[in-house]
Design a protein around this ligand. Sequence first.
Ligand SMILES: *Cc1c(COP(=O)(O)O)cnc(C)c1O
Length: 233
Amino acid sequence: MSTIRENLESIKLNIKASANNVNRSCEEITLLAVTKTVDTDKILESIEYGVTDIGENKPQELARKYDIIGDKVRWHLIGTLQTNKVKYIIDKVHMIHSLDRESLCEEIQKRAEKIDKIIDCLVQVNISKEDTKHGLYVEEVIDFIQNVSKKYANIRVKGLMTMAPFSKDEDEVRLVFKSLKNLSLDIQKLNISNVSMEYLSMGMSNDYKIAIEEGSNIVRVGTSIYGKRNYNN
Ligand SMILES: *Cc1c(COP(=O)(O)O)cnc(C)c1O
């Protein structure tokens, strides 16, 4: 079995190669280490080998690990966020990747205002319209972002996030990433106040190389760093 260190090294090489394929610099791509179910010893080990950004999908798990690890890394909330859990992470997160509905905006706004913090968020988009996936449909995204820009002063939209379908068909996956990129370009052209399209969070262990070729600058990788997850921990 390869070590976390070896895994990180090979992922970094892969990121570089994929970036090179499309004449991008690997410097512009953030490796977000997804640590759900991974214990803090292993996370600390990965930090030693260069991990700077951590992604968790359960607010309480993020809070618990944050208390141990602290802010020597940036904490990202990826995955569905229930409104009643916003309070656990609002003072800890660097970015929320799953902004997808108005009720969540209201709660983030309320909590952020209280602690006088601006919360950077990515809007989650369900490109493939799979029932099992969260996020807005493409045709809803622009209205949603315009509304956020108008109504929620403590939320700053910094880009988009998506998950590709679990498919062996590389072309299908690539098309999803292409669509997110194109949507971000369309939004950029609108020059909406307080909104930027600086980040595209797309690509996981099985598809981050394709995502980088299609313009991703945040790849969310768990299994390829820490090994298969054990949900019984
Ligand atoms: C778990 C998870 C990942 C990482 O998945 P791997 O296949 O382990 O790399 C990325 N993004 C989200 C939203 C996740 O929940």
